[in-house]
Design a protein. Structure first.
Length: 150
C-alpha cells in the first residue's frame, strides 16, 4: 500500500461516497475535510453529521423503470455506501426512497469516522492548492481533480 493520501473536500452525499469508495474499494488513504461544524449554512441543522439531507428526506424514485432508480441500483452494485444506508433507514413513501434523515446521516458519519483508511479533519479549505503536495492529490466536492499522483 501507499502512504499517499487523497484529500476529499466536503462530507456531503458526493464527498462521503467518494471517500468511502476510495478507501473501501481501492484501499487508498483519504483525508475527508468537513467545514460544516465550523461554518454551517443556514439550511444545515446538524453540523456534526455527514451526508445531511437539508431540503427533503427524499432521494427520488427507487423504481427500476425510472432513471433515478436505475442509477441507485447501478451504484449499489459498484459498492455504494450512501444508497444501501438510505435503504436501511427508509421510511414509507411509495415508489420514492425517503429516509429518516437523522438516522441516515448518523450512520454515514459513524461509518466514515471509524474507517481505518479515512481521517476526518474539520477545516475550511479556501483553495485546493493548500491540499496538494508531492504525496497527495485532492478532489473537491464538485469533482475537480487538483493533481494526479501515480
Amino acid at each position: 500500500m501507499t502512504d499517499k493520501r487523497i484529500a476529499v473536500v466536503g462530507a456531503g452525499l458526493a464527498g462521503s461516497e467518494c471517500a468511502w469508495v476510495l478507501a473501501s474499494r481501492y484501499g487508498l488513504n483519504v483525508t475527508l475535510f468537513e467545514m460544516k461544524s465550523i461554518q454551517p449554512t443556514p439550511a444545515q441543522t446538524s453540523p456534526h453529521l455527514f451526508a445531511e439531507l437539508v431540503c427533503s428526506n427524499s432521494l427520488k424514485s427507487k423504481s427500476l423503470l425510472n432513471p433515478a432508480g436505475t442509477l441507485k441500483h447501478e451504484i449499489t452494485s459498484l459498492g455504494s455506501l450512501v444508497v444501501p444506508t438510505a435503504f436501511a433507514h427508509e421510511v414509507p413513501a411509495g415508489e420514492t426512497l425517503a429516509v429518516d434523515r437523522n438516522l441516515f446521516s448518523e450512520n454515514i458519519t459513524q461509518i466514515l469516522s471509524s474507517h481505518e483508511r479515512i481521517r476526518v479533519e474539520k477545516k475550511i479549505i479556501t483553495h485546493i492548492d493548500e491540499l496538494i503536495s508531492d504525496d497527495n492529490f485532492a478532489i473537491d466536492r464538485f469533482g475537480g481533480i487538483g493533481k494526479y499522483v501515480p
